[in-house]
Design a binder for this molecule. Structure first.
Ligand code: FAD
Ligand code: PHB
Length: 391
């Protein structure tokens, strides 16, 4: 097999890239280890920045999104039993964020790719990348017991944090920057209408909690738990009682409860590799960087990376110039580090780190008080949350 761009991974980064390349008239083959059912049902992100939403709509894959999404004009920060609204409309000149599940975005992109009859290889085994410094790099894999190879001009490593692309780069090329947090998020999906119209970020002495949603009937709720927590120690009753404690406010607000139909624990990490390129391979999304989910930036960063990558490939195939490809890593990293800073800041402000440290708790409460009372501080939060400009 031969193509122009070989894409490893059919997550948001890989599928959005394949879609953008197609619109530029550039051929690609996407190689993914999992099944269609798996990638279309994997529960991950839910919050899309306006830039991400606009890109999906403008490129023709936002029709169902527009019909089914929930548009939000602010968030609430809750601490000391009181809620404080951050009003995005007023602070950002009318920008919004959108709730639409990541796996719904995946469904829309897979449907568009298959409808156009473009190659999407699923359930590939033993995927590996070769000749990264040669004129024709390749992706090898096993399919139905047979060895296959896709030769290409360039490879896009879009295979997430645990993929094979980044580890295929020789030792000594990449510099890693990392912070691992001593906690994770226990996330649930529950058949219960959202308890608030907008997302509620709760700071509490027992730990952080987030109230978010998927639809008007389904709540998505998260609890800070220790990083090595066993999910079996969290029966449904314990989850609800902990959520009730951490989200309690003075007044008549009530947490809506209902049957829990999905439960998992995700670790929290900040991670970046520099550069996001080696020879003919370019990394995008979680393959190159991870943010803790507190700022809701991971998927949005993945889309921002591949938008830049698609522009760079478009320039190369139209003019033969490699200027944008050479600047790919630098351009992405500028945005990545700002999202890292914001995600780290939100995480640091809202989570309990050391339960015995009274100084840090007072400092966090002072920061929340400042962020919810100073217009300058609220504006900083709002402009980062809705998404910094693309260029
Ligand atoms: P992935 O989604 O990880 O996709 C990589 C793909 O590559 C997968 O399909 C995988 O199966 C495939 N793959 C792996 N190895 C191989 C291989 N060897 N060969 C071929 N294919 C391979 N982000 C937001 O923007 N907003 C949010 O609200 C948000 N909330 C989150 C909540 C939680 C609890 C978590 C865990 C994450 C959240 N994120 C959020 C982050 C977001 O989900 C990720 O950043 C996003 O999935 C990254 O997309 P990606 O395409 O880079 O990687
Ligand atoms: C989600 O809806 O899953 C979500 C929203 C905001 C976050 C993290 C996750 O900060």
């Amino acid at each position: 097999m031969r193509t122009q761009i070989g894409i490893v991974g059919a997550g948001p980064a890989g599928l959005v890239l394949a879609h953008l390349l197609h619109l530029h008239g550039i051929e690609s083959v996407v190689v993914e280890t999992r099944s269609r059912k798996y990638i279309e049902e994997r529960v991950r992100a839910g919050l899309l920045e306006q830039g991400t939403v606009n890109l999906l709509i403008e490129t023709g894959v936002g029709e169902r999104l527009q019909r089914e999404c929930l548009t939000h004009h602010g968030i609430e920060l809750r601490f000391n039993r009181r809620g404080h609204r951050i009003d995005f409309d007023a602070l950002t000149g009318g920008k919004t964020v959108t709730i639409y599940a990541q796996h719904e975005v995946i469904k829309d992109l897979v449907a568009a790719r298959l409808a156009a009859g473009l190659p999407l290889i699923l359930e590939a085994e033993n995927v590996s990348v070769h000749g990264l410094n040669s004129a024709s790099p390749s992706i090898r894999f096993r399919m139905a017991g047979e060895e296959q190879e896709v030769h290409c001009d360039y490879i896009a490593g879009c295979d997430g944090f645990h993929g094979i692309c980044r580890p295929s780069i020789p030792d000594g090329v990449l510099t890693e920057f990392e912070r691992v947090y001593p906690f994770g998020w226990l996330g649930i999906l529950a058949k219960a209408p959202p308890s608030s119209e907008e997302l509620v970020y709760n700071y509490h002495e027992r730990g952080f909690a987030l109230l978010t949603m998927r639809t008007r009937e389904i709540s998505r709720l998260y609890l800070q738990v220790p990083h090595d927590e066993d999910i079996n120690s969290w029966p449904d009753d314990r989850i609800w009682s902990e959520l009730r404690l951490r989200t309690a406010v003075d007044g008549d607000w009530k947490l809506n409860e209902g049957p829990i139909f999905q439960k998992n624990i995700a670790p929290m990490r900040s991670y970046v590799v520099e550069p996001m390129q080696y020879g003919k391979m370019f990394l995008a999304g979680d393959a190159a960087h991870i943010v803790p989910p507190t700022g809701a930036k991971g998927l949005n960063l993945a889309v921002a990376d591949v938008r830049i990558m698609a522009q760079a490939f478009a320039e190369f195939y139209a003019t033969g110039k490699t200027h944008l490809l050479e600047n790919y890593s630098q351009k992405c990293l500028r945005r990545v580090w700002k999202a890292q800073r914001f995600s780290w800041w939100m995480t640091s402000m809202l989570h309990r780190f050391d339960t015995d440290n009274a100084f840090d708790q007072r400092r966090q409460l002072a920061e929340l008080d400042y962020v919810t009372s100073s217009r300058a501080a609220m504006t900083t939060l709002a402009e980062n949350y809705v998404g910094l400009p693309w260029d």
